[in-house]
Design a protein around this ligand. Structure first.
Ligand SMILES: CC(C)(COP(=O)(O)OP(=O)(O)OC[C@H]1O[C@@H](n2cnc3c(N)ncnc32)[C@H](O)[C@@H]1OP(=O)(O)O)[C@@H](O)C(=O)NCCC(=O)NCCS
Length: 166
């Protein structure tokens, strides 16, 4: 598995990840198509600048344009506090095979080695069994349920934090 920076050419992968009702069922619903161009451009710029780690999940390094999903670490604000947050998505065709868990573990390892991210928080939806499973099995601690905002919408999440090795 390869994790590589998002690029503007990942537009189609972003549409597949963010505009599909099934993919976004636990994330407040699909995003409008017109939001994707600006989003992939901003994410590619942020990734190139290193301000966020926005990684496309590639299963066969020979074909880095073939994307199975995405995993991202960024700095965010919640209730006046700033901290590192991680999020993940795996395309439906690749789900249920350990791809999400492995990609998240790889990015957490890289974050720990880098040293600048500190504790990493995650906010999967309360009914998102797979994402809560990733948190539980990778050693996140559950702080409890919390209402947050995702893509401009209110969202019932579980608040987890990963402090292993920090
Ligand atoms: C959440 C998501 C990334 C999981 O990816 P995945 O590659 O299918 O997950 P994995 O196969 O690595 O499984 C991760 C864990 O969840 C468990 N799991 C997977 N699917 C599950 C399901 N439908 N119900 C219950 N548990 C599930 C696995 O058994 C595994 O736990 P384990 O290590 O204890 O066995 C994927 O479902 C997805 O992209 N969903 C839509 C986007 C989204 O909601 N992202 C959440 C952002 S926080």
């Amino acid at each position: 598995m390869l994790l590589r920076d998002v690029e503007p050419a990942d537009y189609d992968a972003y549409v597949a990840l963010r505009c599909d009702p099934a993919m976004m069922a636990e994330l407040g619903g699909p995003q409008p198509l017109e939001a994707i161009g600006p989003k992939v451009a901003k994410d590619a710029a942020d990734a190139a600048a290193g301000t966020s780690w926005i990684k496309m999940i590639v299963l066969d390094e020979t074909y880095p344009e073939d994307v199975a999903g995405a995993v991202t670490i960024w700095r965010d604000h919640h209730g006046g506090e700033e901290f590192s947050e991680i999020g993940w998505m795996v395309l439906t065709a690749y789900q249920g095979r350990g791809v999400g868990k492995r990609a998240v573990a790889m990015l957490l390892d890289a974050a720990r080695a880098d040293g600048r991210w500190g504790p990493v928080h995650a906010f999967p939806g309360v009914t998102d069994a797979a994402s809560n499973g990733i948190c539980r099995s990778l050693g996140f601690d559950l702080l409890g349920p919390e209402e947050i905002e995702f893509a401009g919408r209110p969202f019932a999440a579980n608040h987890w934090v990963y402090e292993a090795g920090v």
